[in-house]
Design a protein around this ligand. Structure first.
Ligand code: PEP
Ligand code: MG
Length: 752
């Protein structure tokens, strides 16, 4: 049964045309369950009805014609109840609705199962039979399991269908909903970057130029064969002749008499080279997977490996050919620092990441660059974005693919308004950082990525509140040397003479991976991350601290910050290593070194309860609201599926921050905020009301936040705070803040 289920779902996923996918689906289900009829209805929320989309057993002429209202008939009932309904005599049921067009008089037994994606009913799958019987529990659980597996495939299929329609016939935009990753709006052309890809990431696509596709395929095969020759030669001294024979088998498989011919046929059938390769490789590999003989089963792996190599070369060629558009909307499955670095800054106007969420590091990077980003747009696979015109609305998390001229003109107007607003904030950037009532604030910047941008505002800030050292590590192919790090850190320290620069020690792990140091974990955000990793590798930690203190000899403005601390022993050990590094450098260079101040990130909930001890051990602390939110709420900050639960304005997070602020004040323990919350209007207002006075944020938020705080009285904010702290939900918190901003006539001035 499991094999049948998997095959049915895979077949639906592979068929790019929705109607075809559904008609294949109903036939396969009918066959698998040996029943007399299977049908599928899809929900249309605009029309409030379910449309019969495919059937094997009812009148086929009713497909696309018969619609059943959301509150009508048994289909509507399955949708309303959101659970399977299994009846022996469906026609006697009070909810049964006679629909003559479908010709179902012969059928008595009925089993309907909803297809639900992200709490939304997408459709209803039914099976019917003439015998008066209740379908068995096995049949019911088969249909339920199929419904669950089909849900995301169907959600994708609908989008793909819409996207291919909009790119061909009707010039109508496809709207996609993601998560607002970085504010702002932009209009540009999608430029898709794919890391070494696998077949799962390839969605099927047709081509109207088979000759070109064939040429691409032959070229990839030629390079793959040459690669095998090189490999075989290199390994000939290490491997016995029979093991080397595998390369001959690979060669033969690629030949025109074997897999190669099948792929050529698929291309001649109208598939693009990648799709043809995928279809053939998956079909053959599946045939081998199903074999009883373990030796032959293994050959399925060989076919996949071979296919993967050809695919890599196909993608390589494609990427090399793709010309960078003038205005790049970078689209990737998961946007990385390296991908961002590859596009010239002046051409990069927006980012779309199919995976990730509002506080993934890709979103934070986009904010640092001051460009809009939308995250978690998982409905549409990468191949459908290629070269499409795109509007990215980073405020709302909207994407419009192939928008009309009229929509573009409207967005262009909004973009111009946004530019005007930003210019207005920028005009005041040089004014004192204080509230309307004269209370002073310290505004610092988060640094580490968009260096040029960060320096343009340097004179208007109180320094760097968070320098994320990991980005220079991520964009290299090996750990940077001590000297390389010294040069890098010197530049940063020199950029802020007489001002504090807080450098955080390496915080990799979680969603920040080093290409040359792979960490594979089931639960990376709860795993080997930040200080945990660097304390286990003192050779990395010590070199970094030595580089920092050497860079500080001239500038003397370094503070050191420890990430992901959850335990006091980690602080003791880190302090010991920092002392050791200072001693070594001072000894080697014969100079006495200024002792850098040491701080701890407050981002793991355990340290909320260790503040007095921390205050006794270190000089300051800095609140990482991004991680604190994820760990307090137990919501992965990088997972779009639970993004609706990740919210730094959650009352629990706000109450924790309030108590933290009070305790730090009582302990006279210097505290600042370096998480994203401090760079957002609602967040900074509430934090100011709680008594926080030091904020470090992305340079692109600085002018706006300063502008906003200069227009509010702390006394007013202090009245708002108790109301907010009593709220039951983030939504209520937002409404309270929105009302406050409206009363102060500030709301409309915060965005176009
Ligand atoms: C945070 O967690 O709030 C923080 C500032 O660190 P990062 O986003 O780099 O994890
Ligand atoms: Mg963090």
């Amino acid at each position: 049964m499991l094999g049948q289920l998997r095959r049915i779902v895979q077949d639906v996923a592979q068929e790019p045309i929705l109607n075809k996918a559904l008609s294949g689906l109903v036939s396969s289900v009918k066959h698998a369950l040996a029943t007399e009829c299977c049908s599928v209805y899809l929900a249309d929320y605009q029309q409030q009805h379910f449309m019969l989309m495919a059937t094997d057993g009812l009148n086929e002429e009713a497909v696309g014609q018969v619609a059943i209202g959301f509150s009508e008939g048994l289909i509507g009932w399955v949708g309303q109840r959101e659970e399977p309904i299994n009846l022996a005599q469906a026609h006697l049921h009070p909810r049964f609705k006679v629909t003559p067009e479908v010709s179902e008089d012969n059928f008595s037994a009925f089993l309907g199962c909803p297809i639900i994606h992200h709490r939304k009913v997408l459709g209803v799958l039914t099976i019917q039979q003439s015998a008066e019987r209740v379908f068995s529990e096995d049949e019911e659980s088969f249909l339920v399991t199929l419904g669950v597996q089909l849900a995301s495939v169907l959600a994708n299929a609908e989008m793909r269908d819409a996207a291919s329609r909009s790119s061909t016939a009707v010039q109508q935009a496809t709207q996609l909903q993601g998560l607002p990753g970085s504010p702002g709006m932009a209009i540009g052309e999608a430029y898709v970057t794919e890391p070494a890809s696998d077949f799962d990431a390839i969605s099927l696509k047709r081509s109207d130029d088979p000759e070109k596709e064939l040429a691409l395929f032959y070229r990839a095969v030629k390079i793959t064969k040459a690669e095998f020759n090189r490999l075989a030669e290199r390994m000939s001294s290490h491997l016995p002749a029979d093991a080397l024979a595998i390369f001959d088998v690979y060669h033969q498989l690629l030949d025109a008499a074997s897999l190669g011919r099948e792929i050529e046929e698929q291309i001649a059938d109208g598939w693009c080279a990648k799709s043809a390769l995928k279809r053939v490789v998956e079909r053959f590999a599946r045939q081998f997977d199903d074999m009883d003989d373990p030796y032959l089963r293994e050959r399925g792996l060989d076919i996949r490996d071979l296919g993967q190599r050809v695919l890599n070369h196909l993608l390589d060629t494609e990427q090399r050919r793709a010309k960078l558009p003038e205005k790049v909307v970078l689209v990737a499955d998961e946007v990385t620092a390296t991908m961002l670095a590859e596009v010239p800054r002046e051409q990069l106007i927006a980012v779309v990441s199919l995976r990730g969420s509002v506080n993934s590091h890709a979103a934070i990077m986009a904010r640092a660059l001051g460009i809009p980003a939308v995250m978690g747009v998982s409905e549409l696979p990468l191949l459908h974005w290629h070269e499409q015109r795109v509007i990215v609305d980073g405020y709302q998390g909207h994407i419009l693919l192939s928008p009309s001229e009229a929509i573009c003109a409207e967005y262009q107007r909004l973009i111009s308004e946004d530019v005007a607003l930003n210019a207005r904030y920028q005009q005041e950037i040089g004014l004192p950082s204080q509230s309307q009532c004269g209370e002073r604030f310290k505004f610092m910047v988060n640094s580490g990525l968009a260096i040029e941008l960060e320096y343009t505002n340097a004179q208007f800030t109180d320094g760097v509140g968070l320098y994320r050292t990991e980005f220079p590590f991520i964009i290299r192919n090996q750990f940077p040397t001590e000297q390389e790090q010294v040069e890098l850190y010197e530049k940063v320290l020199a950029g802020y003479p007489e001002k504090t620069v807080v450098m955080r020690t390496l915080d990799v792990g979680g969603d920040k991976a080093l290409p040359y140091f792979s960490i594979i974990e089931e639960n990376p955000f709860l795993g080997w991350r930040g200080i945990r990793l660097t304390l286990d590798h003192p050779e990395i930690f010590l070199v970094q601290i030595r580089a920092m203190v050497r860079a500080n000899i001239e500038h003397q403005n370094l503070h050191i910050l420890l990430p992901m601390v959850s335990d006091l022993a980690e602080v003791d050990e880190a302090i010991r290593l920092i002392r050791q590094a200072c001693f070594e450098v001072s000894d080697e260079l014969g100079v006495s070194l200024p002792k850098p101040k040491i701080g701890v990130m407050i981002e793991v909930p355990s340290v909320l309860y260790l503040l007095p001890e921390l205050a006794a051990k270190v000089d300051f602390c800095s609140v990482g609201t991004n991680d604190l939110t994820q760990y307090l709420l137990a919501v992965d900050r990088n997972n779009a599926r639970v993004a609706n639960l990740y919210d730094a304005l959650h009352p629990a997070v706000l109450r924790a921050l309030y108590q933290l602020g009070q305790q730090a004040k009582a302990l006279q323990f210097p505290i600042s905020i370096c998480g994203e919350l401090g760079g957002e209007p609602a967040g900074v207002l509430l934090l100011a009301a709680m008594g926080f006075r030091r904020f470090s944020m992305n340079s692109s938020n600085l002018a706006k936040i300063k502008w906003l705080l200069r227009r509010v009285e702390l006394a007013d904010l202090e009245l708002l705070l108790p109301e907010v702290l009593c709220c039951h939900s983030p939504k209520q918190v937002r409404l309270q803040v929105q009302r406050f901003l409206e009363q102060k006539h500030l709301l409309t001035q915060l965005r176009a």
